[in-house]
Design a protein around this ligand. Structure first.
Ligand code: ADP
Ligand code: MG
Length: 351
């Protein structure tokens, strides 16, 4: 029993992976979330047997042995897919029959990728924690700024009373107050709302690449792997540029004049950014082969004031994250010695 057009349209909009099998367990229909779970296109899998698609899954009933009227539900099922990769899913198999006495005419299989689900709720939690930390810091920075302005003003007045050769100490006060002021401004983070416009990722990343290349010594090779056909995204150009520069500069600093920086762009399907599922998004990777981020630090890397460098402020990544979020994107990081990847996703324009 093939799936009617209307039913196909309905399952296409489901965020869970949906598969429709005939009684011989050959695939008759699949939705985009299913394609993305299998990492195969519908055309590649039409007609394929369930055991071919999910080779180690024992919960698929053999023909004629599926007598229960109710769906079979399995939680935390670990599957190795025909493409070789593994996923953990919650799976339900529902036999579809005309009446309770007849044999099933089809099987509806629904799968939810639980790891992805867990990742999303973890990310959301982390984001909330970071926002709380950032709000506390912002409050503190505001409180310090006013008396600091007073101190600087008083030192200026004092300096005016003094002859030039005796202004050494007032100059120090003014200089240090300015330094603190700059730090506080950075702590307060980007305050201007984004001015979004349609932006060609390829062009901006070529500029980022040029700039980074001009800053690095000869020991660092900057390599790009850009997909020039990626449609535009809708972001604030300056904020986008700034976020990527912060990430790329960290990578350069981590490699200490020896290594390879790779900038890569790809289009990804079915990406959840914030609370929205997008049909397509661009993923930008900034990858380096430096020493990596220490494991204990990885979880806190986007918090403000977390730094591994003696002269660091720990604000670069926190600012990058704020900028990315302000432009409806997502930033994440994975790291092991010899391979650190910061990935940034943005929805495509018009999504
Ligand atoms: N690509 C990377 N490889 C290794 N460590 C990194 C990388 N990117 C960031 N880090 C670590 O994260 C810390 C925080 O970065 P950031 O927020 O930009 O602050 P800062 O650069 O001022 O220290 C860095 O000090 C560094 O220890
Ligand atoms: Mg930095």
């Amino acid at each position: 029993m093939p799936l009617p057009d209307l039913a196909q349209k309905m399952i296409d909009h489901q965020t869970t992976a949906v598969f429709w099998f005939d009684p011989q367990l050959c695939l008759q229909a699949i939705n985009p979330a299913g394609e993305s779970l299998l990492k195969l296109s519908a055309n590649q899998v039409y007609g394929a047997h369930a055991h071919q698609l999910f080779p180690d899954c024992e919960c698929f009933p053999h023909l004629g042995t599926f007598h229960q009227p109710d769906p079979v539900i399995e939680h935390g099922l670990r599957l190795t897919l025909s493409s070789g990769h593994s996923v953990t899913v919650d799976c339900s198999i529902t036999p579809v029959r005309h009446s309770s006495k007849t044999a099933p005419e089809a099987f509806l299989v629904e799968m939810v990728n639980v790891v992805q689900q867990l990742r999303l709720s973890r990310e959301e939690n982390q984001m909330l924690q970071r926002q709380t930390a950032q709000n506390i810091l912002r409050g503190l920075a505001h409180e310090i700024k006013n008396p600091l302005g007073g101190l600087r003003g008083a030192a200026q007045l004092l300096a005016r009373e003094l002859p030039l050769e005796q202004r050494e100490y007032t100059d120090i006060i003014i200089g240090e107050a300015d330094r603190l002021q700059t730090l506080l401004d950075r702590m307060l983070g980007p305050r201007t709302p984004p001015h979004k416009e349609s932006l060609n990722v390829y062009q901006v990343l070529c500029r980022v690449r040029q700039l980074v290349e001009s800053e690095v010594g000869t020991g660092i090779l900057v390599v790009s792997d850009f997909d020039p056909s990626i449609p535009d995204i809708y972001v604030d150009p300056d904020q986008f540029h700034q976020a990527l520069l912060n990430i790329a500069r960290n990578a350069v600093q981590a490699m200490q004049n020896q290594g390879e920086l790779l900038l890569r762009t790809r289009v990804e399907r079915r990406v959840v950014l914030g609370h929205r599922q997008h049909k397509m998004a661009v993923r930008i990777d900034v990858q380096d082969n430096g020493p990596g981020i220490p494991e204990g630090m990885l979880e806190q890397i986007f918090y403000p004031m977390v730094t591994g460098r003696a002269d660091g402020t720990g604000l670069g990544l926190s600012i990058a994250q704020t900028l990315v979020h302000q432009n409806d994107g997502l930033i994440s990081c994975s790291s092991e010695p010899g391979k650190t990847v910061f990935s940034v996703w943005f929805p495509l324009h018009g999504e």
